[in-house]
Design a protein around this ligand. Sequence first.
Ligand code: PGA
Length: 254
Amino acid sequence: MTHPSRRALIAGNWKMHRTVSESVALAHAIADGSRLGPRTDVVLAPVFTALFAVHQALKGTGIFLGAQDLHWDAQGAFTGEISGPMLADVGAQYVIVGHSERRQFFADTDENVRKKTRAALQYNLIPIVCVGESLAERDGGLTFEVIGRQLDAALHGLTFDQVAPLVIAYEPVWAIGTGKTAKASDAQLAHAFLRDRVRNRFAESADSLRILYGGSVKADNAAELLAQPDIDGALVGGASLDAETFGRIIRAAG
Ligand code: PGA
């Protein structure tokens, strides 16, 4: 992360883990154990049911609250869904959009991801838009084609101003929860490709765009990944469930 206009961002995606009381305890443990660097933002994304309690727990800590998904409408007959205004109402400031597990298991399409990205921005939530290729796609030499398509779809129709706060997460699907991390140099190539693609459409807003790496980020590989010029932070799954480990990842960001 070299550009002076970018703050590092370390986001913990707790996925479908932890009850409300466990989430609150984890949030306290992370807040107590992590000395936030002056140029590092931290986001915790618990399950929906724990959002409000974690929001209360994070008050005064400087740590932001994120949700893991949203529906694009403000309200309506969509059983089981949660909207942007509802997330903002319980204190969320960020929302993960298009995570590969949503794409894989819950039929999130490029078009849905586009609608969710727009909705997040509309309701003043910062979307963390996930893109990433599967192992078959990587082996077939399709990495850039796939992540380029996913990025274009998410940004379609957005204006320069709307793109400014957005966060992208490059998460190769084969690296998520597998213990396999992309080589730092390979991840850097993908990040530089994504930033160039944004630059071609939105000029200088690409310099301030934060692009996170996700996929088996751990305390012992975070520093090398975060040292790459276009890797501005990390989206962390498994390792964010342990306050000690997550604290070490936060410290690796500076
Ligand atoms: P992982 O998950 O760190 O457990 O690989 C990352 C993610 O899915 O965001």
